[in-house]
Design a protein around this ligand. Structure first.
Ligand SMILES: [Zn+2]
Ligand SMILES: [Zn+2]
Length: 178
């Protein structure tokens, strides 16, 4: 049996789905990861995908950031094994679909740590962030955290938007005009 024209066409469509290269000097290969976070390939350059769905859970497999379409960071050149998909896109900062709420809250905490703030403001924001980490956080707690962040750290507020969109209730963000 030879290759039918429709199979050839299918192969060409797949080739288009190879992610855009990370701009500049990329030290990482491109990965393919399912929406729930199972790695299908840590190095698409040498381990092409067998299919479009995860062999472990059946979810669609992604090959690029859903926001900026950069490659998903795969294994580092020169390093074999031990690959774990990153929770965030290293190009645009968007959380990948498999990032857990806890991973996003850690990110927010790291961002807060690296921001220059007065001690009193930092403590206040940390207290509010602790409430976000609690399983029974209220909409009021969420609103107070975002409002505070916006007034004392507007630059960070911008940087943290992808995370806020994922961890703060939609209605609260809308109420704050975000
Ligand atoms: Zn999966
Ligand atoms: Zn991205």
């Amino acid at each position: 049996m030879g290759t039918s024209p429709s199979q050839v066409q299918h192969a060409e469509e797949k080739a288009v789905l190879v992610p855009t290269r990370y701009p500049g000097n990329d030290r990482y290969r491109s990965a393919a990861v399912c929406r729930r976070g199972h790695a299908a390939s840590a190095a698409l350059e040498s381990v092409p995908l067998a299919g479009d769905f995860c062999s472990q859970c059946g979810s669609p497999v992604l090959r690029a950031c859903t926001k900026c379409e950069a490659r998903i960071r795969g294994s580092r050149y020169g390093i074999a094994g031990g690959y774990r998909p990153p929770d965030f896109c290293d190009r645009c900062g968007e959380a990948h679909p498999w990032a857990s709420r806890q991973a996003m809250l850690y990110r927010l905490r790291d961002q807060l740590d690296s921001e220059a703030l007065e001690d009193a403001e930092r403590r206040k924001l940390e207290q509010l962030l602790e409430k976000l980490e609690s399983p029974n956080v209220s909409a009021e707690d969420e609103r107070r955290f975002v409002e505070r962040l916006r007034s004392v750290a507007p630059r960070l507020m911008d940087e943290a938007k992808p995370v806020l969109r994922a961890v703060i209730t939609q209605a609260v963000l809308k109420g704050l005009g975000l």
